[in-house]
Design a protein. Sequence first.
Length: 210
Amino acid sequence: MLVHSTPAEQRTVLHNVSWETFEALLKDTGEDRGSRFAYDCGTLEIMTPLFQHENPKSNLGNFIVALAEELNIEIRSAGSTTLKRKLARKVIEPDACYYIQNEAVIRGRETLDLETDPPPDLAIEIDITSSSVNKFNIYAALGVTELWRYDGQNLKFYQLIEEQYVECKFSIAFPIISVSDMSRFIQQSKSMGEIALLKSFRAWVKSLLN
């Protein structure tokens, strides 16, 4: 077992964890735990987010909701829902994820089964420290079309193309915005209050639509 602790995240890594053991752990810990799991073919990472980790996640989530509202696009927020496929032996609990293109497909649904249901269209990962599992491989196996990843300094957009993530400049779900646009507002979040930042972001989106 390896334990890494920083002001942003604490990670515990376990190896040779069977699928059955992982399923039991998932059931025993329930949905209200503060930690998030990432499982890849026997390797389990348990990440506990700390203060530095959570603020970028909240701001990006606020931006996504504001974008959807201003663009009149329906979305379904799925939060840190456990995304798993048993056959692939891969599981991830994103910092946040959203149904956008496929919102109508899962509207009103109370359960999610990725063996038959579409995966979220967009996932957000905040990785201030390096993860011990390859999250790109997990997300690719689950079929998540778009991934936004922030490492505390840089925000990057990725698009899933032929089972591989390729860095891209513009969002797939929200083509109106570029990664440089969103990065600018994330940088501003380090010196602005959240409400002022959100108002500024909304005003900027409105200016693009006029």
